[in-house]
Design a protein around this ligand. Structure first.
Ligand code: SAM
Length: 236
């Protein structure tokens, strides 16, 4: 299905080495993704080459950050969809304790069957981030990660409540991360965060990615996250 050599070399270009078992798992995951996508719209990225670069390698970029990974870390992937970046992260480092969260149940059915097929374990939760973030999982994760879910200021309200003090929120963003960051300063500060750095990367599709790294420096005030309607009506 996928070109394993392509995946291995694109990951290697990021300084990440993949073994045969991991390459086999990525291949099986791509096959499941393409098969399921014929019946249910999971992702707009459908060709094997694009799956390699735009889903798999893109998801693995989190491991290039000096702020990540630490073996055995507790990680929450907010708005995981068909499992990105959470499933590739778990294939790369199965010591991670990953929770995958999404508000669309059907996508999570796919994630559950993919994890089972790959022999991996993660907690898969069907909920809205802004509701779950007020419950018992609040401030219990070392890392929150998220890709393609919302603008950075809104995403901060979804993600920062889950991160414990000293932990980090890593947003996987495209080329406009600086602009998003400029309008997210209030959100970051209000929610107990501190901007650390943006790490720019260029992938094989010649498009720029940015990892936006935000540390949880203070507890999130109890009034956040607010209900969905307020977040969308009056984003921080
Ligand atoms: N992260 C995946 C990726 O990069 O391929 C999926 C991205 S998809 C464009 C956005 C996902 O975020 C959808 O699956 C949607 O259901 C989920 N989502 C949006 N708002 C959410 C919220 N408030 N709480 C949980 N999931 C949410």
């Amino acid at each position: 299905m996928i070109d394993r050599k392509q995946l291995k070399s694109e990951a290697f270009a990021l300084g990440l080495s993949l073994n045969d078992t991991q390459l086999e798992m990525f291949d099986a995951y791509a096959e499941l993704l393409v098969e399921t996508n014929k019946r249910f719209n999971l992702t707009a990225i459908k060709t094997p080459d694009d799956i390699v670069t735009k889903h798999f390698v893109d998801s693995l970029t989190v491991f290039t950050s000096a702020d990540f990974p630490k073996e055995g870390s507790r990680v929450i992937d907010i708005g995981t969809g068909a499992g990105f970046p959470g499933v590739p992260m778990l294939i790369y480092d199965n010591s991670l304790e990953i929770t995958m969260l999404d508000s669309t149940g059907k996508k999570l059915d796919f994630v559950r069957s993919a994890l089972e097929r790959l022999g991996l374990h993660a907690d898969v939760i069907h909920a809205r981030a802004e509701e779950l973030g007020r419950g018992e999982l609040r401030e219990t994760f070392d890392f929150a990660v998220s890709r393609a879910v919302a603008s950075l200021n809104v995403l901060c309200e979804f993600c920062l409540p889950f991160v414990k003090q000293g932990g980090k929120f890593i947003a996987l963003k495209g080329s406009k991360a600086d602009d998003e960051l400029a309008v997210s300063r209030t959100a970051v500060k209000t929610l107990g965060g501190k901007f650390i750095r943006c790490k720019e990367l260029l992938l094989a599709d010649e498009q720029t990615r940015n990892l936006v790294i935000i540390e949880k420096s203070e507890p999130t005030p109890p009034k956040y996250p607010r209900p969905s309607a307020q977040i969308s009506k009056k984003p921080l």
